[in-house]
Design a binder for this molecule. Structure first.
Ligand code: ATP
Ligand code: MG
Length: 402
């Protein structure tokens, strides 16, 4: 494997009042990063256009500008020692520009791979000899001319845009070549991938973190249930995964993160197929929704780990101390039929295992991620029981199929 060298050692960036940590992106992942960074004594500057964004509310400084605004990037560089991101679609060129004078983790090159499903699948395929885990069979569709040469074996399939997809957006399920033509016609000619629809038993994700010195840590396997394309619950430890599959996914994650000399927190999503084999789906170059359980159930949260990696500090202990289920809270729970209500957080917080995290978003909207709850108990049964109680309190149906 190429490019497997680690960056030269640098002195750690210790907390002090004159050197900030920089965050590109203002969403909830940035907000939780800010909280952890401040707990460690750092100041954080956030670059994000939205004046009332979750991370900006918490940051020590908020530069309200676009991610490619040159003056804003220069202002950021003038106060930061290191820079990270909470959003994979931040322009790689901005990261590359900052990296000329500041320590940027993850690098523009690594983020570029995660931004593009074609590059991501090439990367997974290149490493598959070593990891033993392939991406789903797929074909790249760069123009309508590619539609003719698609193998029948890829149907039924999912057409996905190569860029900017999230929470199932930018995806169309297609059963036939005709349906593919129609779906592709609706994609405005952007680069796409047709992926074979696989028989999933369940989905897992693996969080890994790596420092600039090459030291890496891997968290336990998280088992994820999606609903309407959005993460619904994460259960850790996974109730389904075998010890062999868990170890294979963790080892693969460590190999992938080292292969591209990645520095920071990386989340890799895998499918476990009905025959038990693993397929690698995609990766996020940042902390991930499925890693929120680490905030309350692990010795070091994924956000604290992101701080440590960018600041050149030793990575923290990834040990999980308690079983945990994480429930995403969408804006839906503010709506009762036509009327808007305040969710009964007081009743939720009466559940001993419940830890509520809300992201400071003023406007609840259906489908919008507003917060999450972790249920951290001494047994998984207790965590699950309290998850059920919370769903009842909040009017969330637990039984719907994902
Ligand atoms: P997110 O950002 O929320 O992770 P995304 O929009 O980037 O999602 P994917 O993770 O690729 O998209 O796909 C969303 C969901 O669709 C997956 O979690 C899985 O449930 C289903 N899915 C995707 N690809 C396949 C496939 N090849 N076969 C079967 N199901 C799939
Ligand atoms: Mg996904």
């Amino acid at each position: 494997m190429e490019n497997n060298t680690s960056s030269p050692q640098r002195a750690p960036q210790l907390p002090n009042s004159s050197s900030y940590l920089g965050m590109l992106g203002g969403g909830q992942l940035g907000r939780m990063f800010v909280h952890e960074a401040q707990a460690l004594g750092y100041k954080v500057v956030v670059l994000e256009q939205d004046a009332d964004c979750p991370a900006g509310q918490a940051a020590d400084r908020h530069i309200c500008a676009a991610y490619d605004d040159q003056a804003a990037l220069a202002e950021m560089a003038s106060i930061c020692t290191s820079v990270t991101t909470e959003f994979e679609n931040v322009p790689a060129a901005s990261l590359a520009w900052l990296a000329q004078t500041r320590f940027v983790a993850p690098s523009a090159a690594c983020v570029s791979i995660a931004q593009n499903r074609v590059a991501e699948k090439e990367f997974f395929t290149r490493c598959a000899e070593e990891t033993g885990i392939f991406p789903a069979p797929h074909a790249v569709i760069a123009s309508a001319a590619d539609l003719g040469g698609i193998s029948d074996a890829l149907f039924p399939g999912i057409l996905k845009t190569a860029r900017m997809g999230y929470d199932g957006k930018g995806q169309v399920r297609v059963k036939t070549p005709d349906e593919l033509r129609t779906a592709y016609a609706g994609m405005d000619g952007v680069l796409c991938v047709l992926e074979k629809m696989l028989p999933l038993a369940y989905e897992i994700s693996v969080l890994v973190a790596r420092g600039a010195d090459g030291a890496a840590v891997v968290y336990p396997i998280a088992e994820n249930v999606h609903r309407d394309g959005v993460l619904f619950t994460t259960t850790v430890p996974s109730t389904h995964v075998s010890a062999a599959a868990a170890s294979q996914a963790q080892q693969a994650a460590l190999k992938l993160i080292a292969d591209i000399d990645y520095v920071g927190v990386l989340c890799i999503e895998f499918f476990v197929l009905k025959d038990g084999t693993l397929t690698v789906n995609e990766m996020a170059p940042r902390p991930h929704n499925s890693g929120h359980y680490t905030m309350d159930a692990c010795m070091t949260s994924q956000f604290a780990q992101q701080v440590r990696a960018m600041a050149g500090l030793p990575l923290g202990d990834v040990r999980q101390h308690s079983p945990c289920v994480m429930l995403n809270i969408l804006g839906d729970v503010w709506f009762d039929g036509g009327s808007v209500r305040s969710p009964a957080w007081d009743k939720v917080l009466a559940l001993p295992s419940a830890h509520l995290h809300l992201y400071g978003k003023a406007e609840p909207r259906v489908g919008r991620k507003m917060g999450h709850i972790t249920f951290v108990a001494s047994t998984m049964e207790q965590a699950q029981t309290e998850l059920h109680s919370a769903c009842q309190i909040l009017g969330i149906a637990l039984s719907a199929e994902s």
